[in-house]
Design a protein around this ligand. Structure first.
Ligand SMILES: [Zn+2]
Length: 428
């Protein structure tokens, strides 16, 4: 249904690809952005509807490029379980996650996914890169106005296991019932799939044009496995999950080089975490135009270290941000993730670049370039509005949003020109 042209006004407009505008205005016509500029210029000659948000900032929605929304009720599921010991490491956490997930039925996962999708909207998120390990739940995305990509997970080191997993995922991906989300495939990680499985999945992903996402170079345990064929994953993880007979043959290289040899470094494939990487790895990623999603809160919780921001930027790797799941993070808010990134990465990255990671880059890596992530003529009418109790000077706006934005409520989220929060409260 066609919508009348509406002019949205706010004290600040943040287009992301260009500097912020004071006394900004955004004209949305039939769900698309028709004009962006100063209030004075756009108001004259506009006879349609006007929504004035007053002392507020209007900017593109957040793009949460890595999450597992089916785990949104993880804190509830884990309530009765013995807590992780205080010196827990990455492998302890993996086993803890698997143990709890095993006891959860499909109906609970469905409620958890539905809730996660709702939470994203309330937190100002317009697009997600969501990993789903239960293909039967894929139709649930149809109920959500979110954009982005649903990556169906493939996992297993033994041939009969990953082949069955891949067959289920392929069958589901061919049905195309994801609503606003596009289909993708998630070969889980180099430690949960054999090299043969990785090669087969990446080849299929290329042939069927299903972009892939993979957890890579997250922990020292993974690095130890790939570089030396040894460590905690071999000694503790494989026996505990029934893979005790699996023999990982070390390729004696970095996780990034290993993934390239398995066919996993293709343009627009999305790697997640990328903590244990060298400057040479960063150069390979940039050369292959592979993007990396950083998840600072998850890295912090699991004690795996920090990604090399300076090397990534020097090499020109496209970076986005993700919350990961509520099994390793406190919220699905990308505003919280942005504040954590500001705190963890400090001044190794400029605030406008960090803001772009949370909005424009995230949308781009999820296949939404030109549609979402910036406020420019021709893009979809996608934006969020945050009220500013005490507006900072224009020159401090972006830094304030990076470090303090998580304390501001999201008052409105528009997708395709339609308000998507249940109780929109325009400020004036
Ligand atoms: Zn993850």
């Amino acid at each position: 249904m066609s919508q009348p042209p509406t002019l949205y006004l706010a004290r600040y407009l943040l287009p992301v690809h260009s500097p912020p505008i004071e006394d900004g205005a955004l004209l949305v016509d039939d769900g698309r952005i028709a004009a962006v500029g100063k209030r004075g210029a756009l108001c004259s000659g506009h006879s349609g509807e006007v929504v004035d948000f007053g002392e507020a900032v209007l900017l593109p929605p957040m793009a949460n490029a890595h999450t597992h929304l089916e785990l949104s009720h993880f804190p509830r599921w884990s309530r009765g379980a013995p807590p992780l010991r205080s010196a827990a490491d990455f492998v302890d956490w993996l086993l803890y996650l698997i143990g709890i997930k095993k006891g959860v039925g499909q109906a609970e996962k469905q409620a958890s996914l539905d809730d996660g999708l709702d939470q994203c909207l309330r937190l100002g998120t317009g697009a997600v890169g969501d990993i789903l390990s239960t293909p039967a739940l894929a139709p649930r995305y149809r109920n959500s106005p979110l954009y982005g990509r649903c990556y169906l997970e493939v996992l297993g080191v033994y041939r009969h296991v990953w082949r069955k997993s891949l067959a289920d995922v392929t069958e589901c991906l061919e049905k195309e019932f994801y609503g606003g989300l596009q289909p993708g495939i998630a070969p889980h990680s180099p430690y949960t799939l054999s090299s043969e499985a990785l090669e087969v999945v990446f080849e299929l992903s290329q042939r069927r044009r299903w972009p892939a996402t993979t957890h890579l170079a997250e922990s020292a345990a993974e690095w130890q496995l790939i570089r030396y064929g040894d460590g905690d994953l071999v000694r503790r993880f494989y026996p505990a999950v029934g893979w005790g007979h699996y023999r990982f043959r070390s390729p004696c290289c970095s996780p990034v080089t290993y993934l390239r040899r398995c066919g996993g470094l293709r343009p627009w494939n999305l790697l997640v975490h990328g903590v244990q990487v060298s400057p040479e790895d960063c150069r390979q990623l940039a050369e292959q135009r592979v993007a990396v999603v950083l998840c600072p809160r998850s890295n912090e919780r699991l004690g795996v270290g920090l990604p090399p921001l300076t090397d990534y930027q020097a090499a020109g790797v496209r970076l986005a941000l993700g919350t990961d799941s509520l099994a390793s993070s406190d919220s699905l808010s990308l505003w919280d993730e942005l504040a954590a990134a500001r705190r963890c990465y400090g001044f190794r990255i400029a605030p406008d670049k960090l803001m772009a990671m949370a909005t424009r880059n995230g949308a781009e890596v999820l296949g939404l370039a030109g549609e979402m992530g910036t406020l420019q003529v021709g893009s979809g009418g996608h934006f969020q509005v945050l009220p500013l109790a005490s507006p900072p000077p224009l020159s401090e706006l972006v830094e304030m949003l990076c470090s303090q934005g998580h304390r501001l409520p999201v008052a409105s989220l528009y997708l395709n020109g339609e308000e998507r929060l249940q109780s929109p409260t325009p400020l004036s």
